[in-house]
Design a protein around this ligand. Sequence first.
Ligand SMILES: [Mn+2]
Length: 338
Amino acid sequence: MSRTILVGDIHGCYAELCALLDAVALHPDDTLVSVGDLVDRGPQPREVIDLLRGRPNTVVLCGNHERKHVRGLLSFSQQVARLQLGAGYADDVAWMGALPYYYETEVVRAVHFGMFPGVPLAETPQEVLSGTTSGCAILDKRYAGRPWWEHYEDEVPVSFGHAVMQPGAMVWRDRVYGLDTGACHGHRLTALILEERRLVSVPASADHWVAVRRRWEGEVLKTQDWSAMTFEQIAKKAGRRRDPEIDGAWFERLSAWSAALAAARPGLVRRLDAELERLRAEHGEEQLGRAAAAHPAASWLLRHQAGRLSREQGGCTTPSEVQRLAAALGEEVPALRW
Ligand SMILES: [Mn+2]
C-alpha cells in the first residue's frame, strides 16, 4: 500500500533529506509532501530542488522562503541561495511561483505554517498559509497570541512546518504535527509517516547556516551595487561585519576603494576650476555658460560656476557619481577589485 510521507523544512539540507528518505524507506509509490522552505540557509538547495522537482508523486508547498524569491524580496539568505542556485535560478523561481499553498485530501491537510481552523484552506490568505511576517501578525491578532492549532477541532490530521520545534516535532492532540525541527540550524530533519502516525527524524551533521554564511558572505558582497550607494551607506555596511570569522579582506578592499573615490573629489573640483578657466579663455565670459553646457562634465561645470558645488564633495555623494565626473574630465579613478 502506498503511503503519504510529510517532511518538515528542508532548507537546502540535502544529505539529511537523503538520510531521512532512507530512514522512512521511501517507495516510488509513496506520496512525498514537503511543507515548503526547500531553500535558504542550507548548503545544497540545488540538489534538494532537483530531487523533489524530478520525483513523481511529490508535492511541494510554497513556504515563506519560496515566496520571498517569487516576490523578489531578497534578504541575505535569499541572495546566498540565488548564488548557490546559479544559472538555473530564474527557472527555479518560476517553478516556485507555481507551487500550491496547501495540500488537502480526505485523510490529511498540510500547509507551510498557518490556517484558520474551521475556514476552508481555499479561503485562507496565502500570507497565513505560508507564514509570512504579515500572515503571522494576522494569526496573532485573530487568536490573541495563542497558536492557531489550539483551535483545531477536526478529525483530519494536519501537518505544518515553519516554527522550529525543540527538542523534536510537536504533536498536538494526536492530530496536529509541527514538523520543522531546525535541520539547517544543526538540529534534526523530521518526517511523518501518515498511515502509521509515526514520526521519523535524522540529525543534522552541522549548524549549516553558520557555515553557509561564512562561505557566501564575500560572494554576496560582490553582487551588491556598491557604486550606487552613498559613501555613508558603504561606510556603515563595511563597518557592520556579520560575523567576525568572515574574511575581513572583503571589507578592507571595499573600504579602501570607497575611501579612495571619496578622497578623489577635491582634486576633481580643482580640475573643474581649470576647465572653467580654459573655457573662459577660449570662449570669453559671455559664451562661458554655453561652452560649459556643451562639455561632457556640463552638470558639474554649471553648478560649479554658479557656486553650488562644495570643494570637498564636488557634488558627488556616491562612487558612481565620482566615476562619471572623472570620466567626463578624462581622469582615472580606481575600480573596485575583489
Ligand atoms: Mn523554515
